[in-house]
Design a protein around this ligand. Sequence first.
Ligand code: TXA
Ligand code: MG
Length: 346
Amino acid sequence: MSIVYDFKENIKKEELDMISKNINNGELVVFPTETVYGIGADATNELAVKKIFEAKGRPQDNPLIVHISNLEMLKDLVYEPTETEKLLMDTFWPGPLTIILKSRKTLPNAVTANLDTVGIRMPDNDIALNIIESCKKPIAAPSANISGRPSGTNVKDIIDELEEKMDFIIDGGETEIGLESTVVRVIDNKIKILRPGKITKEDIESVVKNVEVDKKVMEAIKDNEKVISPGMKYRHYAPKTPCTLVYSENNQKLVDKILEKSQSYSNTLILSTTENIEKYKEYNHINIGSQNNLLEISHNLFSTLRCIDKYNAEKVIIEGVKPDGIGLAIMNRLIRACEYDYEFIK
Ligand code: TXA
Ligand code: MG
């Protein structure tokens, strides 16, 4: 049984003290951020960090993001950031942006998977910031899920999946964004987006030029292929039921293609946008949110992916969204959920 601390209404000081004591004693604590929940541990404690890998079944070569609550904490962790990196921090922190920086190698190797860089972010969530402040330590935290599963965005889903493995869980309600942070690396003053998120290419371009999305964001990774961010190459988010992703800029063509495909299976489940749901009435369907409100879709996405298997469908057909802005982050997660089984039509 996990102990659940309810911080939905307010952060309780005495409980916060207990939680930070636990973290400083090497325990794991599940906590909310504005993106998804994290499994947090004292980033300076090697044994605690190793417990995270064990609990998630996470490959050892996939490094963790280190969470900080103020810029002072950076000094011990990384070498002096460049002007471009500082500009990103000033503009987007606290917020859903992870910046890969040059590590001083002061943290245990397990955190960074022996790389000479470390991913850092300052989350925009009062509970998360208070925990870090109260521990006075940087907190290493991957998303709260078993490796390969959708990230946890609410405590019920997390308890269903991780209850046996987590002693302490802080309930901060449903996370706002629902998708993990945007991960970037600055190379020769050019910014490369390694994982898209709520902070989009366009958002970053409003403060710095030369922003590029790594092409692996929408491509399958071949075995043994070299990638800049280890997380890119692992299986992610896929339900047990086989899924396929369909997208067209032309809404009529999109609906026609999905209806045509749906006939081929004895039991099809369709994940549809609000705009098209009526057209799929004769099939099992789930509304993922409006094409005009992609934040609604990102907020709902992982909890929706988690309930797919309950339908016992032969095939799940998922409506894609325009891969612009936060739509790119949604499509990046969906294409992985479908294990690269997709059809994009003109
Ligand atoms: O929103 C988020 O980022 C959430 C919350 C809890 O903060 N965390 C999260 O962590 O999504 P995780 O471990 O599920 O994903 C971290 C990603 C992985 O794809 C990993 O490969 C990449 O960041 N990453 C971490 N450190 C890196 C580094 N030094 N170089 C390249 N990629 C790195
Ligand atoms: Mg994750």
